[in-house]
Design a protein around this ligand. Structure first.
Ligand SMILES: NC(=O)c1ccc[n+]([C@@H]2O[C@H](COP(=O)([O-])OP(=O)(O)OC[C@H]3O[C@@H](n4cnc5c(N)ncnc54)[C@H](OP(=O)(O)O)[C@@H]3O)[C@@H](O)[C@H]2O)c1
Length: 265
């Protein structure tokens, strides 16, 4: 059984891949799972599948790249449950190609989407709660120049500064200077670097509130994103995100984990 204070959990991108398995495993721990997805047919079908396994799972529409959709979902969560005990920011895109549009669209979902949804649900997370950022080893700081690493790891970096850095990346891709400015040629990597930095900032912001926030890497997993050659099943990929959503009150906050073990940023 899960931590007795944990009841309602929200999972983004729950219709397939690792997100679907996170929903299955959390519901298996006795939690009430809000399986959210941007497309109704897929989301509702996934929830029905898990209901058929006897699990307490319901589908709710949520496109994390759309502020209106986030606001609607947050209103629903407040009216229906009052409290949210855990949020798993799993939804992400890995878009083909590399240009300013790809950079902007990738950050809109993988970085800003997770940030805006977290902010929208934060008022419902008073008391013991968990936030999990599903990140990636591809967001390791080593993909950046030393100077960029220093800026991202600066312990005094605040939210405003991080947002400015993410927007600067898009600008640097647009004007062709991104290599010189110390960025990699991967919007996905930068979005996960940003998500990791956001995790550290949130952990500081939420210190003393009972909310524990961590980033996790699921490993290389056989999904639409990971491809068929990946060594791990979606169930294996879901293990560490689920572990982080069920941490005890004295569990870690502001860390980055794979296989339930802390890893370097
Ligand atoms: N697979 C790997 O090897 C691997 C490795 C490291 C990290 N990860 C991370 O693990 C997480 C899950 O990845 P996965 O492999 O399960 O990928 P996936 O099979 O491609 O699934 C991605 C999920 O995100 C959803 N999504 C995308 N954009 C969205 C939006 N705007 N609003 C709401 N949902 C949206 C997708 O919904 P649709 O069905 O509507 O597109 C889908 O449910 C991601 O954060 C990914 O970066 C994966």
């Amino acid at each position: 059984m899960a931590h007795p204070g944990l009841r309602t959990v929200v999972v983004t991108g729950g219709n397939r891949g690792i997100g679907l398995e996170i929903c299955r495993q959390l519901a298996g721990h006795g939690l009430r799972v809000a399986l959210t997805a941007r497309r109704e047919a897929e989301g509702a079908a996934a929830a029905r599948r898990l209901q058929g396994e006897g699990l307490e799972v319901s589908y709710f529409p949520l496109d994390v790249g759309d502020g209106e959709s986030i606001a609607r979902f947050a209103r629903h969560a407040r009216e229906a449950w009052g409290r949210v005990h855990a949020l798993v920011n799993n939804a992400a895109v890995a878009l083909d190609g590399f240009n300013a549009g790809v950079a902007r669209n990738t950050l809109a979902v993988n970085f800003f989407g997770a940030m805006h949804l977290t902010d929208a649900l934060r008022p419902l997370m008073d008391g013991p709660a968990r936030i999990v950022m599903v990140s990636s080893g591809q967001g390791a700081l080593s993909c950046l120049s030393r100077e960029r690493q220093r800026l991202l790891m600066d312990p005094s970096l605040e939210r405003g500064g991080l947002i400015a850095l993410m927007n600067q990346f898009v600008q640097d891709v647009e004007d062709g200077s991104y290599r010189r400015q110390g960025w990699p040629g991967s919007a996905y990597s930068v979005s996960k670097v940003g998500l990791n930095a956001l995790t550290r900032i949130l952990a500081r912001e939420l210190d003393g509130t009972g909310i524990r926030v961590n980033a996790v890497c699921p490993g290389w997993v056989r999904t639409g994103m990971g491809g068929r050659a990946a060594p791990n099943s979606p169930a294996e990929g879901a293990d560490t995100p689920v572990w982080a959503a069920l941490l005890p009150d004295d569990g870690p906050s502001g860390g980055f984990f794979r296989n339930r073990r802390e890893i370097a940023w």
